[in-house]
Design a protein around this ligand. Structure first.
Ligand code: NAP
Length: 547
């Protein structure tokens, strides 16, 4: 059995950054990756039209100024293939590949209390022992698909957006294609597939808010300007609430006149993408303020759709704008003006069954050759619950989190010593530019690990009281917002029977960083540390004093 200082699970953006950073601390690091290549969600989500809806300059690593200067993004919002090229470049440039074990799915991780180590096993029976485990397994990496009566009889092909076939160009020409789901994935693929498919049917349950991407090539001048000021841009992103660099308008939407609001919203609509949600500071805090934004977006959507019946069906109503994740689209709504595109409203006429020929709703049979499930993911906990993660006293993470995830600062769990994870429940994660949040966390992990080593601590754990205080804090912060006013994957509504707990931290990227910084400045006293008896230390040297 190979022994490592740190075992990282997942070779997406987080796992690669973890490998780079921990290796630079002089640690022996191995990364396990279930897929055949690096990139995490970007490796798997190869559907047509897949691209990042955070600007390329911000959805990129900040740890290497040389990398920042050398890499040339071609578009404001990078496509999935370009992001994978970037990932490959990073892997090769920093010689990361040699420490990644591809096609290696972690099946279990068991904490051995006798020697304070983790034993990690892969699905194919290999094992590693590790002083620490860092889980970088993604928040949206466990695809979720409905199961319909008769599905196995369908003669066509079924593909999930998050498990797009590798190395295969799927040709939609002459095909009748059905897309189920109108979240970000569905909304990105629909305009692209419509250009080649014979017929495209979009099965919509909940119409989604969306802001135009205003995507464009990155000009040489923009590239030069950003690169000349990259440090300042990064700083602004780190100090912004979402990590996207947008500084919220300090004014309330309700204090502006209708004419002023129209101007502000028009400008945000034309340029800001996600930043639209910060056009006024209270859009996500007050329903009347939110209504002003939602009304504007509904009108804008309406202007794009010719058919009045389709227009009404595509118009999101009944939930606050951005309380569930909005999309950033490139021509989604106008696609419904095409003759080869049909909207099937499955709230009005639910899917009854699959047949050999296609999908039968309560209204009619839709004959199809390919069905794409753009139905999302088991968010936040899906990937953490797949393997058996067993902490102290044989307790599994699944059992520990049966009533919803509990964490200390979104990075560690009481009873699971020497285990850290990125972008998990209790951290800004999916409410932020997740790449920025990942880098913030990993830099902090490095400090944390160095602190332990400098002090001769071999084990850390979380005090359950400190953990429950953090959970309470997360719950308090979200009450200030509109996130709980609707169902979403932010609080477990996407999977039947899943615990309904609000998972991401809504206190913002900057507020979160300050909490982590304060913890470090307080000598990480929020955690419990022990020295192993073998090294002559006393147990429980430090007990949690505060959060
Ligand atoms: P999603 O946002 O969870 O959307 C899933 C869609 O499928 C929803 O419209 C949902 O309807 C529908 N659906 C689920 N089960 C259904 C069923 N049984 N029948 C009919 N409709 C069903 O998933 P996603 O679009 O894959 O996006 C997930 C997340 O990935 C995004 O929110 C975003 O965070 C991330 N993402 C990011 C990018 C990027 O550019 N960075 C691109 C794509 C995705 P209901 O709303 O009614 O449940």
């Amino acid at each position: 059995m190979e022994h490592v200082d740190i075992l990282v699970v997942g070779a997406g953006f987080a796992g690669l950054r973890a490998l780079y950073t921990f290796r630079n601390l002089g640690m022996r690091v191995v990364v396990l990756e279930a897929s055949g290549g690096p990139g995490g969600v970007w490796y798997h989500n190869g559907y047509p039209g897949a691209r990042c809806d955070v600007e390329s300059f911000d959805y990129s690593y900040r740890f290497s100024p040389e990398l920042e200067q050398d890499w040339r993004w071609s578009e404001r919002y990078a496509t999935q293939p370009e992001i994978l090229r970037y990932v490959d470049h990073v892997v090769d440039r920093f010689d990361l590949r040699k420490d990644i074990r591809f096609n290696t799915r972690m099946a279990s991780a068991v904490f051995d209390e006798a020697d304070n180590r983790w034993t990690v096993s892969s699905a194919d029976g290999r094992t590693w022992s590790a002083d620490r485990v860092v889980l970088c397994m993604g928040q949206l990496s466990t695809p979720k698909a409905p199961s319909y009566q008769g599905q196995e009889s369908f003669k066509g092909r079924i593909i999930h957006s998050g498990q797009w076939p590798q190395g295969e160009e799927i040709d939609f020409s002459g095909k009748r294609v059905g897309v189920i789901g109108t979240g970000s994935s569905g909304m990105q693929m629909v305009p692209v597939i419509a250009t080649t498919a014979l017929k495209l049917t979009v099965f919509q349950r909940t119409p989604n808010f969306s802001i135009p991407a205003a995507n464009a090539p990155v000009t040489d001048e923009e590239d030069r300007t950003v690169k000349a000021n990259y440090a300042a841009r990064r700083l602004q992103a780190r100090n912004s609430p979402t990590g996207l660099g947008f500084i919220p308008n300090r004014m309330s939407a309700l204090d502006a006149t209708p004419e002023e609001r129209e101007k502000v919203y028009e400008a945000a609509w034309n340029r800001l993408g996600f930043g639209f949600a910060l056009a006024y500071h209270d859009i996500l805090l007050s329903m009347p303020a939110n209504d002003t934004a939602a009304d504007f977006i509904r009108r804008k959507i309406g202007e794009q759709v010719d058919d009045p019946v389709v227009r009404e069906k595509l118009t999101p109503r009944g939930h606050a704008f951005a309380a569930r994740r909005p999309s950033v689209d490139s021509g989604y709504f106008k696609t419904f003006n095409r003759n080869n595109v049909e909207l099937a409203d499955v709230r009005e006429s639910p899917i009854v069954e699959f047949t050999e020929e296609g999908i039968r709703t309560s209204a009619k049979l839709h004959e199809l050759d390919i069905v794409i499930f753009a139905t999302g993911f088991d968010a936040f906990t899906g990937s953490l619950f797949r393997p058996d993660i067993i902490g102290r006293n044989g307790v599994s993470l699944r059992d520990k989190w049966a009533n919803g995830p509990t964490t200390q600062f979104g990075v560690a769990v009481a009873g699971f010593p020497n285990m850290l994870f990125t972008a998990g429940p209790g951290s800004p994660s999916l409410l932020s530019n997740v790449l920025l949040s990942i880098e913030e966390q990993i830099d902090w992990f490095a400090q944390f690990i160095e602190f332990m080593d400098d002090n001769g601590y071999t084990t850390f754990d979380v005090d359950p009281k400190v953990e429950s205080d953090w959970v309470a804090h997360v719950n308090e912060r979200v009450k200030e917002t509109l996130y709980l006013s609707t169902n979403s994957y932010y609080h477990g509504a996407e999977v039947a029977g899943k615990a309904r707990v609000f998972m991401p931290y809504s206190g913002g990227v900057r507020g979160y960083r300050r909490i982590l910084e304060k913890c470090a400045a307080d000598s990480f006293s929020a955690f419990r540390f022990t020295r192993s008896a073998a090294e002559g230390g006393a147990p429980a040297l430090k007990v949690a004093q505060q959060q």
